[in-house]
Write a protein that binds this ligand. Sequence first.
Ligand SMILES: [Zn+2]
Ligand SMILES: [Zn+2]
Length: 193
Amino acid sequence: METLITPEIMSALGISVQIFLGILLADFISGFFHWLEDCYGREHWPVLGPYVIEPNIRHHSRPLDFTRGSYLFRNRVVLVLALLFTLWFWAMGWLNPFTLTALVFGSQANEIHCWAHMPTAKVPRWVQFLQRAGLFLTPFHHWRHHRAPFDCHYCTVTNFLNPVLDKIGFFRGLERMIWIVTSKSPRDRKITV
Ligand SMILES: [Zn+2]
Ligand SMILES: [Zn+2]
């Protein structure tokens, strides 16, 4: 009897798994850097201060402001980084469905975040569809990040990783490790023994 699992199906499955893992990696990286900015970023840092930390702090006090700017203004830092990484990966021969997906979704992490703040009427239909499917961050899910105590749901690409990372105390563990090594607590919280 002929097997139904052909090499083509195996190949398509393999690519699908790589794409899914690439999306999860982009989600994780978005959460990791968002957490770093929220907890340890300082506005007076050179370059990063005015271009990354200050807009991030402003987003938490006035969350809708960044939805009113242009796509390029909102995403300029991440787009430049994604382009540089894409060129580096291409030069090294590291581009594949996994890394390419991570780069594409990572480059759009802030835009996906922005859609989660926009009024539904302004969000493209295809984005609403992906939000409903849980593949893109949803407004309800992300709003938990903007509620006191403002210390969870850092990932801004999907709804998948936040519950897992919060449940296992991933960021609290990192904060404790940083505190043990440097005696530094996150900006708004004091770590004690
Ligand atoms: Zn935040
Ligand atoms: Zn937000």
